[in-house]
Design a protein around this ligand. Structure first.
Ligand SMILES: [Zn+2]
Length: 240
């Protein structure tokens, strides 16, 4: 599709969402939606590059919109002052052509994966924990999907950025990969199923295609996720 006609939603205006939003705005997408209900904190600034010291305690959407409008006046911004939740996820992603999900918690990642599959909207998932990060593109046909890689919301033992820490430059590299995959989906390039992995200790960036899993609960032969069941997702925390 024409970039100027593309509507792209960014879920979580954090360490991944900030650089992705700037890249997509500069790349000429027509509509950029931002979904977040958080305020800027001092500890965000080393990786959330749309914000400065003067933005602390300001809603992230307001601070981000100011920078994005200045950087790319032609982009039309839509501000969704909410988290992605079971009761709004499908209707929200349906308003867009491509979704970028950069939240810091598994519940929101699986919710975004399921909602996009149900709505038939392509999505690029990304995460960065410690020195390692990944970005994965899922096409409109929803196969292979995020659940082909990670089967279900993990228990309390899985490390998140709150306990494993976040390395700012690693987040930046992963966000660039996420934005690149999203632009690939907009441009109809064959990026569906591609997984980009970056290891900051080895300075190693790898790109490979994820195989679909025939027993996947979302896209497999006997797929059983047909609608959003609120109990299937723990309460989503804020975007990192
Ligand atoms: Zn799958």
């Amino acid at each position: 599709m024409n970039r100027a006609d593309a509507r792209v939603l960014i879920v979580g205006v954090g360490g991944l969402g900030c650089p992705s939003a700037l890249t997509l705005a500069h790349a000429g997408v027509g509509v950029l939606g931002l979904c977040d209900d958080d305020v800027v904190e001092l500890g965000n600034l080393h990786r959330q590059i749309l914000f400065g010291q003067g933005d602390v305690a300001t809603p992230k959407l307001d601070a981000a919109a100011r920078v994005l409008r200045d950087a790319a006046p032609s982009v039309s911004l839509r501000l969704h002052r909410t988290r992605l939740l079971p009761d709004n996820a499908v209707s929200l992603v349906r308003e867009y052509d491509v979704v970028l999900e950069g939240s810091d918690n598994f519940a929101t990642k699986f919710l975004a994966a399921d909602a996009c599959a149900i709505a038939g909207v392509p999505v690029v998932h990304a995460s960065a924990v410690g020195w390692v990060g990944t970005a994965m593109a899922v096409g409109a046909q929803g196969k292979p999907c995020y659940r082909c890689l990670f089967e279900d919301v993990p228990g309390d033992g899985a490390p998140g950025c709150a306990d494993a820490g976040v390395v700012g430059p690693v987040v930046g590299v992963v966000a660039a990969a996420q934005a690149d995959l999203a632009l690939g989906l907009v441009d109809c390039a064959p990026v569906e199923g591609q997984l980009v992995t970056f290891d900051g200790r080895l300075d190693q960036l790898r790109r490979r295609r994820v195989p679909s899993r025939s027993d996947c609960a979302l896209c497999g032969q006997a797929a059983r996720i047909r609608r959003i069941e609120p109990d299937a997702y723990a309460s989503p925390a804020s975007a990192g």
